[in-house]
Write a protein that binds this ligand. Sequence first.
Ligand SMILES: NC(=O)c1ccc[n+]([C@@H]2O[C@H](COP(=O)([O-])OP(=O)(O)OC[C@H]3O[C@@H](n4cnc5c(N)ncnc54)[C@H](O)[C@@H]3O)[C@@H](O)[C@H]2O)c1
Length: 459
Amino acid sequence: MRLSVIGAGYVGLTTAACLAQVGHDVFCSDSDVDKLHKLQHGVMPIFEPHLQSIVAHGQEIGRLTFDSTERTIDFGEAIFICVGTPPLGNGDADLSAIEGVARTIAKRAEGYRLIIEKSTVPVQTGAQLRKHVSVHNTNGLEYDVVSNPEFLKEGTSVEDFLHPDRIVVGVDSSRAARLLQEIYQPIIDQTFTCPVHADCPRRPGVHFLVTDTNSAEIIKHASNSFLAMKISFINMVADLCEAAGADIGKVAAGIGLDPRIGSDFLHPGIGFGGFCFPKDLQAFVRIAEKFGCDFALLEEVERINQKRVHRFVEKLKKELWVLRGKKICAWGLAFKPNTDDVRFAPALAVIRQLLAEGASVRAYDPQAMRKAQSELPELTYCHDAYEAAEGADAIVLLTEWEEFRNADWKRLAGLVERPWMIDGRNVLSREDVVGHGFQYVGIGGVSGTPEMTHSFASI
Ligand SMILES: NC(=O)c1ccc[n+]([C@@H]2O[C@H](COP(=O)([O-])OP(=O)(O)OC[C@H]3O[C@@H](n4cnc5c(N)ncnc54)[C@H](O)[C@@H]3O)[C@@H](O)[C@H]2O)c1
């Protein structure tokens, strides 16, 4: 099919490249001229595993084209809107980019178009879009507006898009449902060349859930809010473990073995961040409020999350006493591993607080330094984890990149001023760290040796 994707960010670029990979002809555009220019010349504006190669492949075989918004709208029978929906000051989602794209489609397109809202939006946005398009419809455009929320995770976006747990579509007409099914059929049947796995664990028959538009919109906000709630829950349990002399690693393993709960998202740390959870949580609370539903539960989830950064810095202060004049080595800047995205990253919030207290920070992240530099130019950015540790009074681990788990502790012990390791993600082996003369501080009273944790986890 001929498809259009508007917005070439983490979601839009993944959507465009994956849809080309599974056999569609795709045009993709972005209002950021520099980004569009880069993509047209084979330069990736973001880091996502496997994305670069499928973008290049799509362009090479002529199935993926980056072009102006006008030509992109003209091209596709279906148009995916993947623009940003950032938070406004009051927590509402800013829908101005979506509104602008819808107006351009209404004024420009002719014939029939399936308008697909893939950005995360509050319930009833689809209904608003329908009205808005009809107001600006100057060419007798026939159209359907549908919701198709995206559940991919940064760091594994290509894998998640091609091997999803479910595809949710909110439609109000059978024509729209049929077109969406046609678009997603190769993914539902898993009939494509997988760019991620050499030996692909395909499971044909991906769940294709058809709902009304309002329900699809709520599914997305409710999913993200539930996951955020799980994280705040385990962080509170971690605090209790720390105070009461229990080990959160073992407690989380014991909780997660219950299949009704599951072990995902039961990792304590410095809290959730990124471009989705914080803003989606706020937007969900705000929209519930507008409909007269008191979602204080989620306000508490947010409040708990906001306190994580302060609590972590207090932990560091407990060990180093005064932060003014201290040299801190920060490992990790991205909001999670395997991405270069630093939007609402807890790591940056921790660093901002350290700087405000008068500490100097030497930082390293495998992918996110370029993006962090524009937000925090005052940091010293280092070439690797070891350069960052030189002369440090403490190392703080803020993003759980794999390379930090495999650090050479012997080498590090020779580089730091004082051997303190404060693990904000509870991912290091305490035994390894302590074995090389470091003091180790984790989250939630983690005290078990790796052997104990491992044997417990494998029960
Ligand atoms: N990032 C994620 O993990 C993720 C996952 C699921 C859903 N979402 C949702 O998807 C949406 C996009 O998120 P993202 O992370 O890809 O954001 P992003 O900021 O990476 O990308 C958005 C892109 O849209 C472009 N844009 C803005 N206005 C435009 C316009 N009028 N015309 C053309 N392009 C325009 C921006 O320049 C930017 O490149 C958001 O609603 C987000 O909540 C994000």
